[in-house]
Design a protein. Structure first.
Length: 304
């Protein structure tokens, strides 16, 4: 019996280590994605970037969709369209932020997404907020304010885009949580990829600019990295609790800061690191509060 328990613990530790490795790799891909957006933003509109990301991502994962037998049956066809539209808008908002703000600042503000997610679960799903998570939410948004309006000055429009994108991605994640009650992960991913491409083509056509060969190559790389990121995170959340993986995603900030410095000569100031530290603290408190609540209920922590 003891040997069996040891085997289970070892297997659990191996799965967690693999999930952490996947999450760290995904963080590196996300940081690279942000740098690629900055590189092509001078030539391409955020709507066009969103279209190419979706199209190349679909092309990259098309063999997998075909191998699994197509999209799969879903009872949420209308919601797939709505979720794809919301997720697309969140990406466009992030791309607009990356195009104008320093990459480290925009990335730090993006980490407010879990705060919006917790608020959304309270408003729409009826989840209760305890004092610890309320404190974490207030702390996180205080950190965002440090970045968006340093010294109490005028708010940065670019970082407001990043904040809007964080709110929208939280809404998309709440929808995903509800839809996963009847659709499996593969069906949700496949539908999102296929629906997003024609949806993204409509606004992209209004601002169309034919990309150069060099930019087209960067856009193709971005689409592949985005699809790989999604696949890695989906698998990681299937192996380990979200509360374990959330801190790993924070590696994205120093990675994107390094890329911003090396590729674009950006050097984040003191306000960036202070604001980011406050946001990350608030996010960790919210995540820990959710995990503590789950364990008190005697249930395993929920996985995405």
């Amino acid at each position: 019996m003891q040997d069996h328990a040891t085997d289970i613990a070892t297997a659990g530790g191996t799965a967690s280590a693999a999930a952490i490795g996947m999450a760290a790799t995904a963080a590196a891909l996300a940081a690279t994605d942000a740098a690629l957006v900055r590189a092509v933003a001078q030539e391409m509109h955020p709507f066009a970037i969103g279209f190419f990301r979706s199209a190349f991502g679909l092309a990259f994962l098309a063999p997998w969709i075909i191998a699994r037998g197509g999209l799969g049956l879903s009872r949420y066809r209308g919601l797939h369209l709505l979720r794809a539209a919301i997720k697309l808008l969140s990406l466009v908002a992030f791309y607009a932020a990356f195009a104008s703000a320093e990459l480290a600042d925009a990335t730090a503000v993006m980490f407010t997404a879990p705060l919006f997610l917790t608020l959304g679960a309270w408003i729409w799903l009826g989840e209760r907020l305890d004092a610890l998570r309320i404190f974490g939410i207030a702390t996180g948004f205080a950190g965002a304010l440090i970045l968006i309006a340093p010294g109490g000055g005028s708010a940065s429009p670019a970082l407001l885009y990043a904040l809007s994108g964080a709110a929208l991605i939280a809404v998309a994640q709440l929808m995903l949580k509800a839809m996963s009650a009847h659709d499996d992960t593969g069906t949700l991913v496949a539908w999102n990829l296929v629906v997003t491409v024609p949806l993204a083509a409509i606004p992209a056509a209004l601002v169309w600019t034919t990309p150069s060969v060099e930019v087209l190559g960067l856009l193709a790389l971005q689409g592949v990295l985005g699809a790989a990121n999604m696949a890695l995170m989906t698998r990681a959340f299937g192996l380990a609790d979200a509360s374990l993986l959330a801190p790993v995603d924070f590696l994205r900030l120093p990675m994107v800061a390094a890329l911003g410095y090396l590729a674009f000569g950006e050097s984040p100031g003191l306000a960036t690191w202070i604001g980011a530290a406050v946001i990350l603290t608030g996010t960790l408190v919210v995540t820990a509060g959710g995990r503590l609540k789950t364990h008190r209920a005697g249930l395993p922590a929920q996985r995405r």
